[in-house]
Design a binder for this molecule. Structure first.
Ligand code: AMP
Ligand code: MG
Length: 281
């Protein structure tokens, strides 16, 4: 049976330290059994995303953050298996362009948020602006320190506008990152992912962990919670992320079904009225 893994959620602001969170699955779990559960949850996720799309009452934003090699791309590929292209988009945030830098830091993100019925996955996000930006002093401390309040206000605005917000931090260990970076060197097919920058950034591991711990602690709330996923094993990561999506959307199921039922009833009535007014020849 699937358990709910409440221990991976951060649902209220407060002091938070990534060092207290596991990067590995519980020891007694078997990969095959977990993968079977993931597939079942994936079907449920697909159904819920369909309902979200057709009901058109809410948007759904999934924010993905993590260290380099944490598995953001792999997690997106996994989630897209359980979605339909017409309702889902991925928005990736890279080093800001001059135009983006000429605006406030939320401008480029706000522009990509989901409208009603849409699901958007943020591959990196506004959290880079209190992550890499903080670690490398790209702006003054006095500037990034104020951003937590801006982020909370921004996410509150999204929630108040019927956006369901789920923030996911893919949490890997430093050892696992080294293994993944070395694997990329060995594997001809993966070599295109090699970047000397990843090795450079790895030297700032501690600073990144501090920055993310702080951001998660300061920007966690009931309505825009963080899920800190043990990321060292991809099969466990996929399971927990799929389960979190299902858990996040399930409370809306009845409301969406009811709204679709009403739409169906209205359409039937309209058709009846049409037939009465203009009988078939
Ligand atoms: P990748 O996700 O591997 O394509 O890399 C994107 C790069 O863009 C990463 O090194 C990020 O840290 C960087 N990046 C994303 N957002 C920002 C930002 N707001 N300021 C500076 N660098 C950023
Ligand atoms: Mg990279």
């Amino acid at each position: 049976m699937a358990t709910t893994h409440e221990q991976f959620w951060v649902r209220k602001p407060g002091k938070f330290d990534l060092a207290d969170m596991p990067t590995k699955p519980e020891a007694d779990l078997e990969r095959e059994a977990v993968e079977t559960m993931t597939e079942q949850l994936g079907k449920e996720m697909e159904e819920l995303l369909d309902l979200l799309f057709f009901a058109g009452k809410h948007g759904f934003l999934i924010v993905l953050q993590g260290m380099d090699t944490a598995g953001k791309d792999g997690t997106i590929r996994h989630m897209l298996r359980f979605t339909h292209a017409q309702s889902v988009r991925v928005a990736s945030f890279k080093v800001p362009t001059p135009q983006e830098l000429a605006h406030d830091f939320l401008w480029r993100c706000h522009d990509k948020t989901p409208g009603k019925g849409e699901t958007v996955i943020f591959n990196r996000s506004h959290y880079e602006d209190v992550g890499v930006v903080r670690v490398h002093n790209l702006v003054d401390e006095s500037v990034w320190k104020k951003r937590f309040d801006h982020i909370n206000a921004f996410e509150n605005l999204l929630v108040d506008s019927n956006t369901i917000v789920l923030k996911v931090f893919l949490h890997i260990s430093k050892e696992e990152q080294e293994e993944r970076l070395l694997e990329r060197e060995q594997d001809a097919e993966d070599a295109w992912k090699l970047s000397v920058n990843d090795w450079k950034e790895r030297r700032y591991w501690k600073e990144y962990q501090e920055a993310y711990s702080d951001a998660i602690g300061k920007c966690a709330s009931q309505d825009a919670p963080w899920l800190v996923v043990p990321g060292d094993k991809k099969w466990f990561r996929n399971y927990i992320v799929t389960q979190a999506v299902v858990e996040t959307l399930k409370p809306y199921r009845e409301e969406w079904m009811e709204s679709l039922k009403q739409v169906g009833k209205e359409a039937k009535k309209e058709l009846e009225r049409f037939r009465i007014a203009a009988p078939q020849k």
